[in-house]
Every structure is written in C-alpha cells, then in structure tokens.
Design a protein around this ligand. Sequence first.
Ligand code: HCR
Length: 385
Amino acid sequence: QAGEAVPPAQRSSWASFLKSIASVSGDLSSMTCPPFILSPVSLTEFPAYWCEHPELFSAIADQNSEEQRTLAVVKWFISTLKGQYTSRNESMGSEKKPLNPVLGELFYGKWPDLNGRGETELLVEQVSHHPPITAYAIENKSKGVKLVGHNAQKTSFSGGSIIVKQLGHATLTVKLPSGDVAEYLITLPRLRIDGLWYGAPYIELSETSWIVSKSYVCSVEYKGKGYFSGKTHSFKATLNPAPGFGGSLGSHVVEGTWHTTSKFTSGPKTGLEFHNVTGPKEEVTAIGGDTSGEMGEFETRQLWKLVAKGIREGDFDMASREKSKIENDQRQRRKDEIAAGTKWPLKHFVHVDSDPTYERLGKLGKISPATEDMYVFKENWPPVA
Ligand code: HCR
C-alpha cells in the first residue's frame, strides 16, 4: 500500500515530496524531505565506502603480474558496492537522504595497519556546494596504492523511480617495484532508487561502469531482478586485454551478485570463487584533521553534530534550527566573499578542466564523455606539526 513504511503523520508530506521530485530534475540534495527519510550522516562520509575491505585495497600491490593485479583491482571494486549502495538499508532500514555538505566540509579517517597490510588514510573535501561535488583521496602509503576521485550526481524521475547519473570518476594508482606506476581509470554505475511509493527506498544499479588500464579493459554490467540471473544486484564483469596488449594476457568473465558472492564463468579460472562480501566489513575510524588531532569546525562530524543528534534522537525542531544556523552562516560567507572579491580556497584539491589519464584510458574503453574535469590532490596530508 502507498506510504506503508511512512509514519502516518508524515504521509502527506511524503506525497508532496514525491510530487515535487517528479517535476524537479538535476539536484535533489537541497530539497526538503519529511523527517523519517533523513540520515544523520553527510555525503562527505560516503567515500569511506571505497575502503571497507582495506585488505583487498592493499592486496592490489601484492600481485606480481598485470593480469593478477587487474583481477585484484576488479575484486576490490566489486567488494565496495555492497557498502556504497546497501549499507543505509542495513543500518537504517531503507535508503535515506544524506546531509547536504557545505563548501569546504572535510572528513578524515583511517584504517589501521593489521597483518602487514599497512595503514590506509582517507581524506574528503566538499569542493562545490551547488552542484554538490565531493573529492577524495585514499592512500596506503606503505603499499603505494592510491585512489583519487570526485563525484557528483544528476537526478531525474522516471516510472516512479529516481534515476541518478553519477558524474565524476576515480583513478587508482599503484607504484610498481620497477618504479613504474600502473593507472586504472574507474567510472561509476547509474542508480535507480525504487520503493519510493512505499516510503522504503532502495537502490538498484544499472548500465555499465568501466575499469581501464593500458593493458586491460573491464566492463561491469549491472542488472536487477529479471535480467541475467533473475536476481537483484546482479553483475557481469568482462575483462579483456586492451587493444595491442593481447599476448599472454587472458580474458575472464565473472558473474554473481555484488552484495554477496560471484565466480569466474569464463576463462582459465572458470568455476572458482571471485569475490565474497558476506563476512564483516571494517568501518573507517574518523580522526581530527588538525596537527593536534582535534576536529576543526568544518570537519563533518563537528559541523553537523547537533543536526545529527536531533535526527538520531527524533528532535527534529533542534535538527532544523541547527541546520538553518549552518545554512545562514554559509549564505553570509558567500556574500562576504562576493563583497571582498575572493573565492573560498580549497584545502586539498585543485580543480582542472580536463584529466589526461581519463582521456587516454577512456578511449580504450570507449567511455563517454571523451573528457572530464578533475580535482588534483595536492598531497598535503597528513598535516606537519
Ligand atoms: C543519490 C544519493 C546521493 C548520492 C549517493 C552516492 C551516489 C554518493 C557517492 C557514493 O560513492 C555512492 C552513493 C551512494 C548513495 O546510494 C547515493 C544516494 C542515495 C540517495 C541520495 C539522494 C540525494 C537522496 C534521495 C532522497 C530519497 C532517498 C528520498
């Protein structure tokens, strides 16, 4: 029944929200939603999903052939999808609307060194507010593995679902013992948010994303119930040597469901398990970004502290009062900047109009568009005391 999962007192505001998203397209982030659908977590925390299996991230460096390394990259990537797209359903009962980050919002975190895998550090900065754009860098320095990327979303409404096109991309680099650096361009899937009618949104992935290096092209096709295997969250990853890189490199096909397990279905490893995320994950430990280890006023958990408390404890008056304070402060800052003829300085990233790695590798996978902008990581982390 319509609105079944919505608290009765919020059903009419949920119905008006659904009506308004049907007519607004582009950016959903600043729309007002009924309280039951609000998450106390800001979008700046989402890049941590890239590393909830830190051992898979570090294992990329431990491979001794290009073929094994590419398989390790694809395995790590597929293993991140469960966290990225289903964890709010697990922790909060359904997909929720995250807090909309302010310009300059920051999040720092790490995963400890365990069993020789090395420490992995995470740094996130909100590099644009309208439209919301989040840039991140995740690095395991001792292993020489680093992921730098940014993402934004363009939303539309179709057939009762919200369609989210993810803009932006990530580049994974691995320092090789030879001194060379292997680069992997990673593009992101399209999302469909279903279950809106019932007030219990959840995500299904669709279309294709790519992982491309100079030697391999891997397409990952996503399908929901009723396609390849008839199961929700199905995917098929096809790895082929890049044009001109045939030789000893093998082709592989992997199929399964990204929130559980998958196996090789074609190639020399047919029948073997590929990934398995049915076990525990390792959430990031948030850390303060100052040299003192304290959290500054723009660090997400400090900035949204009272809003998040209000949402968690059901005190929505406090949440909306505190949210208005943050928004008013932001408006004032923008006005002051206009008056002074200045611009908010980004702390960790520099925006450039095109990304040569994206352009070079994107061609091999026939990725469109042919070029994309990027946020170059300034490598100024951790801070020096
Ligand atoms: C679309 C979304 C904001 C963006 C979130 C992204 C795409 C962010 C990057 C992460 O790597 C992966 C990711 C996962 C989230 O599923 C996705 C969010 C889902 C909902 C949210 C909308 C802006 C809010 C829509 C409001 C609904 C729930 C009523």
